[in-house]
Design a protein around this ligand. Structure first.
Ligand SMILES: Nc1ncnc2c1ncn2[C@@H]1O[C@H](COP(=O)(O)OP(=O)(O)OP(=O)(O)O)[C@@H](O)[C@H]1O
Length: 319
């Protein structure tokens, strides 16, 4: 069922620049978590720290019970095998066709025979809908296909944890919708813990079990999707509402006086999500036909219960 990642008091700086400090959270085993935050708040740095590519200044990262911040490079190499990472641009080798790109980790890290490699590569290409594109070069396919090829490559070593660095960047809304469905379907099919870094609020509303928000060098909040989506914390509401009014400024945080002035100007009426009114977008469920593990059955039951309640409330309000 994937592995749990426990982060405690994590701090990272480059020279005098503190990126974030005292970050504590638990990524529950097998669940999908999303990390949000304005540009430059250190989301990619967080992913790189989790996978051991960057060393934190302080704090611990427990993966399957081991604090990886205390490990030497050789042992970290073993831990990294637990991870599959989907980099922003798919990070494919431009001169290799998709088949060889996807086979690459298997040829590098295992001694499996080519027949077995072939079976695994085709299985993962099938999972991401790329069968038939084996001979294509990365330069010959669309951005969406490159992301899916990157995802197939992240899957070949059967990772326990998959990190997605802005999987939606550079994709049109329709491709983002397909990719989100693919992420949910994969989570139902494989036993892995997912962490997705994204700017896309629509994805954050529909896809994860948990949402976190990095801002002002801190983890403002991390918790179940429902908690964040109904939060009245100003930073969370501004970010999830995609609004200019609030503590988050164009280049950096605004000063308190400016925030007060804007909120006063805005007035309660203009706020699209007034306090106390939960805006719960329905959760994206695995495609029909995919066998759901008990975790997803429970999510689907909760979702249909929520829809029944919403329709009863709607009828009561209309009568
Ligand atoms: N290796 C490094 N050395 C020095 N500074 C770095 C390094 N890597 C990242 N930074 C700095 O850390 C800060 C956070 O960068 P990061 O890419 O993690 O932000 P982000 O939240 O992922 O941004 P975006 O949403 O725009 O991708 C930036 O100021 C960046 O310049």
């Amino acid at each position: 069922m994937g592995v749990e990642i426990g982060v405690e008091g994590l701090t990272k700086s480059f020279g005098h620049q503190v990126i974030w400090q005292d970050v504590s959270l638990t990524l529950p085993a097998g669940e999908v978590s999303v990390m949000l935050g304005p540009s430059g708040t250190g989301k990619s740095v967080f992913l790189k720290t989790l996978v051991g590519l960057l060393k934190p200044d302080r704090g611990s990262i427990r993966i399957a019970g081991t604090d990886i911040t205390a490990l030497r490079e050789h042992d970290l190499y073993e831990v990294r095998k637990l991870f599959g990472v989907l980099f922003q641009d798919g990070a494919l080798f431009g001169s290799m066709n998709l088949y060889d790109n996807i086979a690459f980790p298997l040829r590098e890290h295992t001694r499996r025979p080519e027949s077995e490699i072939r079976r695994t590569v085709l299985e993962k290409m099938d999972m991401v809908g790329l069968i038939g594109a084996e001979d294509k070069l990365p330069g010959e396919i669309s951005g969406g296909m490159r992301k899916r090829a990157g995802l197939a490559r992240a899957l070949v070593l059967d990772p326990e944890i998959i990190l997605f660095d802005e999987p939606d960047s550079g994709l049109d809304p329709v491709r983002v919708a397909y990719l989100n469905q693919l992420i949910v379907d994969l989570n139902a099919q494989i036993d892995a813990t997912f962490l997705i870094v994204t700017h896309d609020i629509a994805s954050a509303r529909q896809v994860p079990d948990n949402i976190g928000l990095l801002f002002r060098r801190e983890l403002v909040m991390f918790g179940p999707r429902e908690k964040l989506l109904t939060s009245e914390e100003p930073v969370v509401r501004q970010f999830l509402g995609g609004r200019m009014q609030g503590p988050i400024g164009m280049a950096e945080e605004k000063d308190a006086a400016q925030v007060e002035q804007e909120l006063a100007q805005l007035g309660a009426d203009a706020d699209p999500a007034p306090p106390g009114v939960p805006d719960l977008t329905p959760r994206l469920l695995p495609t029909a036909g995919i066998t759901r593990p008990p975790r997803w059955e429970a999510i689907a039951d909760r979702e249909s219960l929520r829809q029944v309640r919403a329709s009863i409330r709607g009828k009561a309000a209309g009568s």
